[in-house]
Design a protein around this ligand. Structure first.
Ligand code: BV8
Ligand code: ZN
Length: 241
């Protein structure tokens, strides 16, 4: 039996299935991963440098503009066949991605470990702010963040920045699901950002089978029962019936 067939068998026979996704899941929809060189104005910025509270403190307009550019980009693209295959599964879906492509493909109750581009909130009182109006033009330039309706402070993107804690309830649900899983599929993640990268390792440590879908090798290779060297949109429809 080849590895694709073996993976399909494991998935079809899973009692408690978890799917764990990273930026590579959305790559074939046209969303740059963190390791791709970003295009346009943002090419000279390092995502890791902008995805921090310090960057927002230092230059709220630049950081807000970068997230608005990313939000408008994900609004313009579509879920790919990988998202659609995952949406057919009865599973716990845990994502590091801040786009809403899993939801648009039909997945429900998606656990967003790193927040979402679509849940801006006040940077001081945390009051949720209305998502900004659709794509405010294709301008790439920095734009001043809106002011909170409650306290007037700058609104921030509803994502988890480097150095910030992940939402406790979401992380707890994710770790519980990974611990109980007999099969976990990890797709399109470099497996270097913690604590998210712990999730597939929890399943493996407790005896579950981890299947990895990624064109490249990653540090997660060694905990995986199967490493499928391919892309999300190509491989997932072949292993998910
Ligand atoms: C925290 C939201 C503590 C924002 C993101 C030193 C050692 C270890 C850890 C640390 C360290 N120094 C600091 C840390 C902690 C740090 C961390 O892990 N840093 C890393 C870089 C070393 N973690 C944190 O800061 C976390 N918080 O620790 O807080 C704390 C605790 C209590 C109280 C206070 C504080 C917060 C981390 C969350 C950061 N936010 N996103 C935004 O989106 O802008 S992370 C962000 O980067 C993404 O969400 C994503 O998770 C991550 C990128 O990772 P990937 O998803 O893996 O994507 P990447 O581009 O890296 O790789 C793509 C993969 O896909 C590749 O493997 C590629 O081969 C593959 N691929 C490409 N195309 C395809 C494909 N696969 C399939 N199909 C394709 N077509
Ligand atoms: Zn406020």
């Amino acid at each position: 039996m080849n590895t694709l067939q073996h993976a399909a068998e494991l998935i079809a026979g899973a009692q408690r299935l978890v799917v764990f996704t990273g930026a590579g899941m959305s790559a074939e929809s046209g969303v740059p991963t963190f390791r791709d060189a970003l295009t346009g104005l943002w090419a000279r910025y390092d995502a890791q440098a902008l995805a921090t509270p310090e960057a927002f403190q230092r230059d709220p307009a630049l950081v807000w503009g970068w997230y608005e550019w990313r939000r408008e980009l994900v609004e313009r693209v579509d879920p790919n066949p990988g998202h659609e295959a995952v949406a057919r599964l009865d599973c716990t879906l845990i994502t590091q991605n801040v786009d809403q492509l899993h939801e648009r493909a039909g997945s429900e109750d998606v656990l967003h470990l790193h927040g979402s581009l679509f849940e801006p909130r006040c940077s001081v009182c945390a009051q949720p702010a209305p998502p900004p109006p659709g794509a405010a033009g294709s301008g790439d330039g920095p734009r001043t963040p809106p002011a909170c309706g409650n306290c007037g402070s700058p609104v921030r993107p509803g994502v988890v920045w480097f150095g910030e804690a992940l939402p406790v309830d979401v992380l707890e649900r994710a770790v519980e699901a990974a611990a109980a899983a007999d099969v976990l599929i990890t797709v399109g993640t470099a497996g270097v950002v913690y604590p998210a990268a712990e999730i597939p390792q929890v399943t493996a440590r407790l005896g579950g089978s981890v299947i990895q879908v990624n064109p490249q090798a990653t540090p997660l290779d060694e905990v995986c029962a199967l490493n499928l060297r391919g892309t999300a949109a190509e491989v997932l429809p072949k292993i998910i019936r």
